[in-house]
Ligand binder design. Structure first.
Ligand SMILES: [Zn+2]
Length: 432
């Protein structure tokens, strides 16, 4: 007989089975079914969740949980319900099957971030079932459209209904709080900031012509040169307070003098965990989509490329000017989407309490500050002055290449990590 699934794993599995694929550029399968599922879970705890549709099918859910001391600023606890596309041909299992295999839950969203959505529900339910309250008011939100910048999700809800977040000072969400192995020791990456994003389109124009002619000003050739120049740019390392603090801690764990080992080398010694960290030290510029032409023997008059650029907080305009210099003045740059970076100090009451919750569950571990190279819905909440953190606690073993799970093939999460996360998150909510 199949083993009974723990509630967090069961809810995460159910959520994976809703195919909430977000293809970007407004194309999406929609999040309504997942939102209604979560709404029912919240309602069964006696809460009064509200649904918000930014567009047909693009549903977000928000509910307020009264805290033991409602006079204190509220904490926003949020997740997103959409996922990036998964091509079943590349996967070992059905990406939307929610299969349990070898002690892991497999499927698109298993780590990004239906795991945390489920942990939020079970942590709150544990508190509810024990007849307790979180230390302060908690605003629970499950947003749509995070994977395409949140215009149909967090940004919409924050802009249209700011009153929902009245009195909130801080927010907790994804991509942080999980462990990596450093020098044989578990170290948790507590995310206190995230890079800014610039999603740009490069456009090259030239004459349309017969493919047999001599065309020196070919738009495809010029675009290819621009794409390769930008894709190959080696952006210099620039440290912020967060990454400087992280490198100092990593050096300490490795038993070397801070500054005595090159930053990239220090990260390399961190094993698979480094996959999260290289991008935090510098700008990155990855070409992701190419588009040009319609016939083998026709030179098109236009060629386009999408490039995903992530920059350190506050560096957006400086980097955009540098990008124009790299691709050349004859390439048009269109900014499709941009959003701010965030950085909070690795100190203060909530940071201490998050660290302590991890250390209570895993004594002897280390907790490191961490700047996320990607972005989260904390960007949208920052418009209301809410300081966002990444704290989706998972205790992991070093053999799983966890950074590769995000948007990766065969995304999966250990069942034991989900149970750990439920416990740590619940513990934090009682003590924050
Ligand atoms: Zn995510």
């Amino acid at each position: 007989m199949a083993e009974q699934l723990e509630d967090t794993a069961r809810i995460a599995r159910d959520l994976i089975r809703f195919d909430t694929t977000n293809h970007g550029e407004g194309r999406s399968n929609g999040e309504t079914e997942a939102a209604e599922y979560l709404e029912a879970e919240l309602r069964s705890m006696g809460l009064a969740p509200q649904l918000f549709d930014a567009a047909p099918g693009r549903t977000s859910v928000v509910a307020r949980v009264e805290g033991a001391d409602p006079s204190r600023p509220a904490l926003v606890l949020h997740g997103h319900t959409d996922v990036v596309p998964a091509d079943p041909a590349n996967w070992t299992v059905d990406p939307f099957g929610g299969e349990v295999r070898d002690g892991l839950l497999w499927g698109r969203g298993a780590v990004d971030m239906k795991d945390m959505d489920a942990m939020i529900i079970t942590a709150l339910r544990d508190i509810h079932d024990a007849g307790k309250r979180p230390a302060r008011d908690v605003i629970v939100a499950f947003f749509s459209d995070e994977e395409n910048g949140g215009d149909f999700g967090a940004h919409h809800v924050v802009d249209a209904h700011p009153e929902l977040f009245a009195g909130a000072s801080e927010a907790i969400s994804e991509v942080g709080g999980y462990s990596i192995d450093v020098a044989g020791r578990r170290a948790y990456l507590l995310q206190t900031g995230e890079k800014a994003l610039l999603w740009i389109k490069l456009i090259a124009r030239g004459p349309a012509a017969h493919g047999s002619r001599l065309v020196r000003d070919n738009a495809v050739t010029r675009l290819a040169e621009a794409v390769s120049a930008l894709g190959r740019t080696d952006w210099p390392i620039e440290l912020t307070g967060t990454t400087d603090g992280m490198l100092t801690e990593l050096a300490r764990l490795h038993g070397v003098e801070p500054g005595s080992v090159e930053p990239d080398e220090l990260l390399r010694r961190t094993g698979t965990g480094a996959g999260f960290l290289y991008g935090a030290l510098r700008t990155t510029s990855n070409p992701t989509v190419l588009q040009a032409g319609y016939k083998h023997n026709v030179v098109p008059d236009r060629a386009e490329a999408l490039v995903d650029i992530r920059v350190l907080p506050g560096e957006e305009d400086r980097v955009l000017a540098e990008v124009q210099r790299i691709v050349g003045s004859d390439i048009e740059i269109e900014t499709m989407h941009r959003d701010v970076g965030l950085e909070n100090p690795f100190s203060g009451d909530l940071v201490e309490r998050m660290s302590n919750a991890l250390l209570r569950a895993d004594p002897g571990a280390a907790v490191l500050p961490y700047l996320l190279s990607g972005g989260t819905d904390n960007k949208a909440l920052s418009k209301l002055g809410i300081a966002g953190y990444g704290f989706a606690p998972l205790q992991l073993t070093g053999d799983l290449d966890f950074p590769a799970m995000f948007h990766g093939v065969d995304e999966r999460v250990p069942l034991s990590a989900l149970t750990f996360g439920r416990r740590v998150l619940g513990d934090l909510l009682l003590d924050c």
